[in-house]
Each structure stands twice: as C-alpha cells, then as structure tokens.
Design a protein around this ligand. Structure first.
Ligand code: CA
Length: 233
C-alpha cells in the first residue's frame, strides 16, 4: 500500500484492463491511484481529490480526453497538474492538438509501461537539492529531507509534491527573494512549460498548509519581485 502522503495519480481510462494495468504499475511505484472510467467521472474526481498527476485517455465516453484536459486547465485547482495523454492515435495533428490543449506529455498506445512509468516519475520527481537527507529548520518550521516530513510548531504539515519542493527551495535559503521564474526553474524544471501564474497558485496552497492560529505567515510577497521565506524580518 502507498503511504497516505504519496503522490496521487488520477487515471482516466475507459478500458478496464488498461486501467487495472496502470493501477497495478503505479501502485508498485509507490503512488496512490484513483480510477475514473469516463471523462465526466474524471473531472469529478479531479475536483474532489486534486491529483498530483493525471493519466488521460484520449478516446473516452461522455467527455473526450481533450475536453477533460481543457477543463482541468480552466480550473484554478487543477491548472498546474501535469497531464499525460494516452492515445491510440499517433497522427502529428492530434499530438499538436493535445499539447495545445495543455497536456504536458503524450504517449501513443500501445505504450511501454516501463517508459510510461519513467515519464510519470520524471513529472513527480522531487528536487535533488542540498537538503536531501538533511533536517532544515527556520523559525518553528522543520523539514526532514530524508522522510519528507514537515512540521510547524511541532504539528504535521501536509503538502503536495509541488508545495514540498517549494518549501525545500525556501528552506535552503531563508530570507532570499525568489522570482517566479527562478521558482519555476527550481521546482518545475526548466524544460516544463508552465505559466508564472502557476507559482502563485502553489504559493497559496503552501501558505494555507503552513497557516496556524496566531502564527505569522512565513512567506513574504515581495511586490514586483517574488517570494521569500521570512520568519525573522
Ligand atoms: Ca479509450
């Protein structure tokens, strides 16, 4: 069984055998899995669970994969979630259309499960920073780079993978002001095409997760520049 803090992958696939194959392999990788059998259910589950990644079949009943992708991108909560499209069609036009709609990656059926798992891991990979295996502290926030556990004033903080990587970046250099572009490079990786606005969405989630009654907001917004972790100033 995957840990409750493991990344959640939403699989939207109408062929039960394919869905089960994906579930089996994703769980073996240590991910949590949610399955949806059509586009409508996929959108509903995406709203309820805010997955860390979506594997999305192109040909789906009720709502097509491409429409699901479009709607995920239009929603605040799922705008930044990586989407890998799965399709039996391999025409270049479809590929471009899929990427235009906001899919991050595109895999043609029949795909190699190993290759697909490698792509999923690449999208969910945590930052390999100086903090790996280290205990980082700033004010009343503690981050264990080995167990990925985060606490504030001794109580656990639950973070998604993106928020965790943001916090790692901040904790490595408290007080440093990071621009949105720098955070995109550090947290999402240079090769991933994400809007800078996405950073604001995840900063918002991180703030919410770190919020405690009567405690200061540890993240400072620097007008026109970006963000800093700053409990001292
Ligand atoms: Ca299908």
């Amino acid at each position: 069984m995957a840990e409750p803090t493991a990344p959640l992958v939403l699989v939207v696939e109408d062929e039960p055998a394919q869905a089960e194959l994906l579930r089996y392999n994703l769980e073996r990788e240590g991910f949590r899995v949610a399955l949806a059998g059509d586009g409508e259910e996929g959108l509903m589950l995406a709203g309820e669970t805010t997955p860390d990644l979506v594997l999305l079949d192109w040909m789906l009943p009720l709502v097509s994969g491409i429409e699901v992708c479009r709607r995920l991108r239009a929603r605040e909560a799922t705008r930044a979630v990586p989407v890998i499209m799965l399709t039996a069609r391999g025409e270049e036009g479809d590929r471009v259309r899929g990427l235009d709609t906001g899919a991050d990656d595109y895999v043609v059926k029949p795909y190699s499960v190993n290759e697909l798992m490698a792509r999923v891991r690449a999208r969910l990979r945590p930052t390999r920073g100086a903090s790996v295996g280290q205990l980082l502290r700033h004010g009343d926030i503690e981050l264990n780079g080995e167990t990925h556990k985060v606490t504030r004033a001794g109580t656990p903080v639950r973070l998604g993978p993106v928020e965790y990587r943001l916090l790692v970046t901040f904790m490595e250099r408290p007080g440093r002001v990071w621009s949105r572009e720098q955070l995109l490079d550090r947290v999402w990786g240079r090769d991933i095409n994400v809007e800078t606005r996405t950073v604001d969405v995840h900063i918002g989630r991180l703030r919410k997760a770190l919020a405690r009654e009567h405690a200061r907001d540890p993240i400072r917004t620097v007008r026109g520049s970006g963000y800093a972790l700053d409990l001292d100033g």
